[in-house]
Design a protein around this ligand. Structure first.
Ligand SMILES: NC(=O)C1=CN([C@@H]2O[C@H](COP(=O)(O)OP(=O)(O)OC[C@H]3O[C@@H](n4cnc5c(N)ncnc54)[C@H](OP(=O)(O)O)[C@@H]3O)[C@@H](O)[C@H]2O)C=CC1
Ligand SMILES: CC(C)(CO)C(=O)C(=O)O
Length: 320
């Protein structure tokens, strides 16, 4: 029996971008007994010497030794390559992906945003691309030091050209069982595109408004005016999804509002990037959904207004 993906043995994993998300999930996978290889940039020296420390609401743990790299060409080819860079670094993917992914392996895109899988399909062939939507609140608070604040579930869906829905495959089930064995809840979805639009129902209002209005999620929910804005933006995302032929039921908006009300007060990852003068994921989270809707002849005026404001703030912030 052909076992090129590792259905019959332990799969090995690569983490491209050992930050808040990649550091957390990668550390959990290694802690569960899997062979994990971590690509780092500025934290490379520290992590090669002292490993990773995860401070988590589910229990802190340290991995004193990890396989750390600062060059993909030194990494072994892996069954599953987890893409956990910020999307602002995706221009590096033509150099980063081919050396590290096995023939018939999987690239698991855990980034926020829309249309990323389509770009990756142009870079690598003979691999399966799977998208994952992470409901996680995690921050990197120091070199090799990850703080997991809340949640952690991932929704996984296979990418197909034009995002046609795809039945759940054995490969997805195997990856799901690796994550579940590591204590990470997984949901499997047949329609990756609807899952990506659903995630944007959260990311577009909260990431955008947190930067533009200098506010945390609890502040945005407590004020009647900003809460109204959140809801209007959520409705526009639902309208955007419709242009891709995806129906998100109205009650989903209420679910996202309730979910945020129950969340601990949260400074979104886009706000953290802004405060740290790092580039914002404006194109993946705002630009690509707008382009998709515009291609179907639909304008999303409030999201478009926010997109241009964020581009301005992003440019000015990078010069400050
Ligand atoms: N954090 C969260 O809770 C969630 C994040 N997401 C999404 O996950 C993705 C990753 O976000 P997050 O983990 O928060 O971001 P982080 O900035 O914490 O992590 C990204 C990591 O990538 C590293 N990196 C950047 N360039 C390179 C490179 N050339 N080679 C190796 N490593 C590199 C950075 O290292 P360095 O610091 O040295 O630059 C950093 O540690 C984003 O798309 C985000 O929207 C989705 C849901 C929740
Ligand atoms: C919604 C949230 C904060 C946690 O579920 C998240 O996943 C994100 O920042 O993208």
């Amino acid at each position: 029996m052909c076992d090129s993906f590792g259905l019959l043995r332990k799969r090995n994993y690569a983490i491209l971008g050992t930050g808040a998300l990649g550091g957390f999930y990668g550390a959990k996978l290694q802690q569960s007994g899997l062979n994990v290889h971590f690509l780092l940039k500025s934290d490379y020296e520290q992590v090669s010497q002292s490993g990773l420390f995860v401070e988590s609401k589910d229990g802190d743990f340290t991995l004193p030794q990890v396989n750390a790299y600062n060059d993909v060409n030194q990494m072994p080819k892996c069954d599953v390559v987890i893409l956990a860079l910020k999307t602002t670094q995706n221009h590096l993917l033509p150099k980063l992906l081919p050396p590290v992914v096995k023939d018939s392996g999987v690239i698991l895109v855990l980034q926020n945003g829309l249309g990323i899988e389509e770009d990756i399909a142009k870079i690598v062939s003979n691999v399966q691309i799977i998208g994952g939507l992470c409901f996680l609140c995690s921050n990197k608070v120091g070199a090799g030091h990850i703080r997991h604040l809340d949640y952690g579930k991932i929704t996984l869906g296979e990418y197909t050209p034009k995002y046609e829905p795809h039945p759940i495959t054995e490969r997805m089930q195997q990856i799901a069982s690796d994550f579940e064995n590591a204590g990470i809840p997984i949901e499997l979805a047949a329609d990756l595109l609807v899952a990506r639009w659903q995630k944007l129902v959260w990311n577009i209002p909260y990431n955008g408004l947190s930067v533009i209005l200098n506010a945390t999620t609890d502040e945005l929910m407590a004020d009647a005016d900003t809460r109204k804005l959140v809801e209007q933006l959520m409705n526009e995302v639902v309208a955007g999804a419709k242009t891709s032929g995806r129906i998100i039921p109205d009650k989903f908006i209420q679910t996202m509002l309730n979910y945020t009300l129950k969340m601990k007060p949260y400074r979104t990852s886009m706000k953290i990037d802004y405060d740290e003068h790092r580039p914002l994921e404006v194109e993946a989270i705002f630009g690509n959904p707008l382009k998709k809707a515009q291609a179907a002849g639909v304008n999303l005026p409030q999201i478009s207004c926010m997109y241009h404001q964020l581009k301005f703030l992003n440019k000015r912030n990078s010069l400050a």
